[in-house]
Design a protein around this ligand. Structure first.
Ligand SMILES: Cc1cc2nc3c(=O)[nH]c(=O)nc-3n(C[C@H](O)[C@H](O)[C@H](O)COP(=O)(O)OP(=O)(O)OC[C@H]3O[C@@H](n4cnc5c(N)ncnc54)[C@H](O)[C@@H]3O)c2cc1C
Length: 342
């Protein structure tokens, strides 16, 4: 028989908002377990842009996606959360008032008093461009995310796309690649105008190439790319020599099993109230990119705020008989003891 883990709160998603929720719950004496489909902690920050700087975390002028993840891990350390990585939450059943039974695809079973869905856009997957045979190069010469910029040092790089990711990586990798070619199907870009200007200035200075067209085929052997075949607007096909290609065609967010949890959804997002970020099911909260409410901004700082308010309400479910006293970390010796600094 499968063992059941009993704990206070289960957080679905180890992105920045799930991680900060561990901290806010911990301050209020609630123990959290965290589950993530990915094999690592940090959600989009660690998976999609670990080396890119973020400039709008309050009080931290600049931090990379991985740097923020590391700092959040340091911040939650006093609360010793248990992480279950490479596991996907499959079912949530209400078995009490409130009490939930949650099961993962690995067969782990939890019984908890509150559930926090911090699942971002669900499981995110890059959109694959319609290029025949591209699968054979994925992971060796074709990459949908930049995990380590150093991997592209000295490479002939073909970056495909016209959005922020394509332009940002063009600008970030241009100084370290041997040559960068940006390819987009038209000479208009969705990316931030400032990035487009910077890219055009590099092209004008002869420091990188811009091509208009679409990739129709790849050349290479054993997963090692040597060139891409590019069809221009005049339908002529030419070769672009490259040994790495980064297509940025956006992400498909697959909601996955969340759709079957009996929670009200609106356009694949979870509507919540803005007092506690609770769903239509009492005891199930949704914070971060996965939720929606009037004025919602999909920013990390919004998810941090949502986590703080969520914890106040979750406390009522975990400790129905305890009164919650509002305290500051600067002045409360009880909070400081929990943080191991008092
Ligand atoms: C290129 C890029 C740049 C960005 N720059 C900024 C910026 O400068 N400032 C800013 O504030 N925001 C920025 N963002 C947005 C920011 O990354 C998101 O707002 C933030 O990551 C949302 O955090 P989250 O914790 O809600 O979700 P996520 O980071 O998406 O994490 C959700 C996690 O939940 C997991 N999950 C999903 N479903 C399940 C399931 N059923 N079971 C188990 N686990 C599950 C996923 O695997 C994922 O790891 C940027 C995003 C991108 C893509």
């Amino acid at each position: 028989m499968t063992d059941t883990t009993k704990t206070d709160v289960l957080i679905i998603g180890a992105g920045p908002c799930g991680l900060f929720a561990v901290f806010e719950l911990g301050l209020l004496d609630m123990k959290a377990h965290v589950i993530d489909i990915l094999g690592k902690i940090g959600g989009q920050c660690a998976e999609l842009y670990p080396e890119k700087p973020i400039y709008d975390i309050p009080g931290i002028p600049t931090v990379t996606g991985q740097g923020l993840t590391d700092a959040l891990m340091e911040q939650v350390r006093p609360f010793n959360p248990t992480f279950h990585l490479n596991e996907m939450v499959e079912t949530i059943e209400k078995i009490g008032d409130p009490l939930f039974r949650v099961t993962t695809d690995a067969g782990t079973v939890f019984e908890i008093k509150a559930v926090v869905i911090a699942a971002g856009g669900g499981s995110f997957q890059p959109k694959r461009p319609p290029v025949p045979g591209i699968e054979a190069y994925e992971g060796s010469s074709v990459f949908y995310a930049v995990r380590r910029m150093e991997d592209f040092r000295g490479k002939d790089l073909l970056i495909v796309g016209g959005g922020d990711s394509a332009l940002d990586w063009t600008l970030n990798l241009q100084p370290i690649a041997r040559r960068v070619t940006l390819l987009h199907r038209r000479d208009e870009f969705r990316a931030a105008p400032h990035s487009v200007e910077q890219m055009r200035a590099l092209v004008a200075a002869g420091k990188m190439d811009l091509r208009i067209g679409q990739v129709t085929g790849l050349e290479g052997e054993n997963g090692v790319l040597s060139a891409a075949l590019v069809k221009g607007s005049d339908n002529a096909v030419s070769r672009v020599d490259c040994n790495a290609m980064l297509p940025f065609f956006g992400l498909t967010m697959k909601l996955g099993p969340i759709a079957n949890w009996g929670i009200r959804l609106e356009n694949n997002l979870i509507p919540v109230d803005t007092e506690a970020f609770e769903t239509n099911v009492p005891g199930i909260f949704a914070i971060g990119d996965i939720n929606t409410y009037p004025g919602k901004l999909k920013l990390i700082l919004s998810g941090f705020h949502e986590g703080a308010l969520m914890a106040q309400k979750a406390h009522r479910y975990v400790y129905p008989d305890k009164r919650l006293v509002f305290q500051y970390t600067t002045s409360s010796s009880s909070l400081q003891r929990k943080l191991g600094v008092g």
